[in-house]
Design a protein around this ligand. Structure first.
Ligand code: SAM
Length: 224
């Protein structure tokens, strides 16, 4: 039976790749990848040679039918994104849905993703949480923030470093200055840091110290 497997890849530290992910890379017929060059680099590091086919936000709709036909002819085909788990703020959902509709077995291996370590290390309740992904850049941002500010559960957002200070500042309007927040930066990398404080404190900090690298914002909910 044909199988599509989604493989999580390291979000920084290459040691985070799992033994099972490596085995699937070895066993797959070919690889669908968000960024073929990045995946080639990872495969070179692992000493694996495989055919890599681009599958990204700009071609996923167009590719879908062709992908399903191609997967149906193979025992195993894998999908990877640039980093972390495919489908989590990355392409993946459309292919998974189409595969299920076409009776293709779907599996996602457990592995790296940025929001889990950020959430767990934030120190905020993580029994229940909301993963929001990226906020809209302009239209709709205020509306999302207003809704999220009423959330009982811990909220997790992805944000780019150059928008971080502005977003924290805008959040104060809805969440208040004293809402507790944690900014996780460069998880699993050399410059990994966690900044914890109130929205006002972290806004001021990041206005004065513009951050670099990749960022997850975790906000304490109204509950607990
Ligand atoms: N699929 C990925 C996952 O499973 O987490 C997310 C891909 S999304 C396009 C990229 C965003 O994830 C970054 O802008 C950042 O918000 C977050 N991210 C990825 N790697 C990170 C890291 N090492 N440290 C902090 N955040 C990270």
């Amino acid at each position: 039976m044909a199988k599509l497997a989604l493989l999580p890849t390291p979000i920084g530290n290459l040691e985070d790749i799992t033994l099972r992910t490596i085995r699937y890379f070895n066993e797959t017929a070919f690889i669908y990848a968000e960024d073929t060059r990045m995946t080639k680099r990872l495969l070179d590091h692992l000493g694996i040679q495989k055919k890599i086919i681009p599958f990204h936000a700009h071609n996923e709709h167009k590719m879908l039918e062709k992908c399903i036909e191609a997967i149906q002819g193979e025992e195993l085909v894998v999908l990877v994104s640039d980093a972390g788990t495919p489908g989590i703020s990355d392409p993946g959902f459309l292919l998974v849905r189409a595969a299920i509709q076409n009776s293709i077995q779907v599996e996602c291996l457990p592995g790296p993703t940025a929001f889990v370590p950020a959430l767990v290390a934030s120190g905020f309740p993580c029994e229940k949480f909301v993963y929001e992904g990226f906020l809209p850049h302009k239209k709709g941002k205020q509306t999302r923030l207003k809704i999220l500010s009423q959330e009982e559960r811990t909220v997790v957002l992805y944000e780019s470093p150059h928008r971080l200070a502005k977003t924290l500042e805008q959040m104060q309007e809805f969440f208040g200055k004293t809402r507790e927040v944690c900014v996780a930066r460069e998880i699993s990398k050399f410059y990994e840091t966690y900044h914890r404080g109130t929205l006002e404190e972290l806004t001021n900090y990041f206005i004065n110290t513009p951050p670099k690298g990749e960022i997850v914002v975790v906000i304490k909910g109204l509950g607990d």
